[in-house]
Every structure is written in structure tokens, then in C-alpha cells.
Design a protein around this ligand. Structure first.
Ligand code: NI
Length: 156
């Protein structure tokens, strides 16, 4: 992927406000911030299209004493096992649990799982974060090779 330089005309006030916003964040430069905005927007559009392959995480905070909640969480995760890579559970204190369900698969199925888990009675806070590899140019070979979609090497 080669870099292409492009010029964008912005009104000075807009740019000033953008720079002020960046000052509070940890971007190395304005270009990287703009690239991130574009990527986020592309990702959003892809996710809103309602189709395709996504990776992500569902974060849940709940009180494990809540009647039948742990059983319901387990039951649902078994029902959607094909889109779940792993689940991390952390006991935050005597009552509260934090569970992160790492997901990968069809957007619709992942969204369905997310809303069902988050919608369970007793879940105090829940959030589904998704990213569409297609939106940043990763070929996922729709249909057949989804499991190898993110195959890559790590340095030794
Ligand atoms: Ni726990």
C-alpha cells in the first residue's frame, strides 16, 4: 500500500478546533489523526451495512448473585459458540464480574449475540465493539476461508 498525498481545503476555524482536540489526545501528528477518522468512518459504514465479517469484543459487567444470570450467560455463549473465540472472566470484587467475550464471524450473528447478552436482566453495563477487517483492506475471502482471514506471522 503506497502513500498518496492529498490536499484538503478546510476552514481555519474547523482546523483550529480539530488541532485543539488533538492536543488532548496522543496522536503523533495531524495526518495520523485524519487517517484514524477516515478508518473509523469506513469501519462504521461497513458495520452499518449489516453484512460481512467482523471481529470484536463484548464487555459485560454484572452481579453474579443475580438470579440465574450466570447460567443464562453460559447457555447463550454455548448457543453462539461458532462466533466466540474465547471468554475472559474476572471477579472484580465480592459481587461484580467483568466478562469479555471475544468474537469473530458474521456481523448479524455477532450483533445478535451482543444484544442478547447485554440485554440479559442483571447485566449492569455492556458494550459490543466491532471492527470490520474489510474496511481497512483485509481480504476475508467471503464465504469460505473466514477462519484464516486474519492469518499472519508474528515476529519471533
Ligand atoms: Ni466472577
Amino acid at each position: 500500500m503506497g502513500l498518496v498525498r492529498t490536499g484538503v481545503a478546510l476552514d481555519s476555524d474547523l482546523l483550529r478546533r480539530f488541532d485543539r482536540l488533538l492536543a488532548g489526545e496522543s496522536y503523533e501528528n495531524r495526518s495520523e489523526a485524519l487517517r484514524d477518522l477516515i478508518r473509523n468512518r469506513l469501519n462504521e459504514a461497513r458495520v452499518q451495512s449489516g453484512e460481512g465479517f467482523v471481529v470484536g469484543a463484548i464487555t459485560l459487567i454484572y452481579d453474579h448473585h443475580h438470579r440465574l444470570l450466570p447460567e443464562r450467560l453460559t447457555e447463550l455463549q454455548h448457543r453462539y459458540h461458532e462466533v466466540i473465540i474465547s471468554t475472559v472472566h474476572s471477579h472484580l470484587d465480592h459481587d461484580l464480574c467483568l466478562e469479555v467475550v471475544v468474537v469473530k464471524g458474521e456481523l448479524k450473528r455477532v450483533q445478535e449475540l451482543g444484544s442478547r447478552l447485554i440485554g440479559l436482566k442483571g447485566v449492569q453495563h455492556g458494550k459490543l465493539v466491532m471492527s470490520s477487517p474489510d474496511s481497512y483492506g483485509r481480504r476475508t475471502r467471503n464465504g469460505t476461508n473466514r477462519n484464516t482471514a486474519t492469518d499472519h506471522r508474528h515476529p519471533d
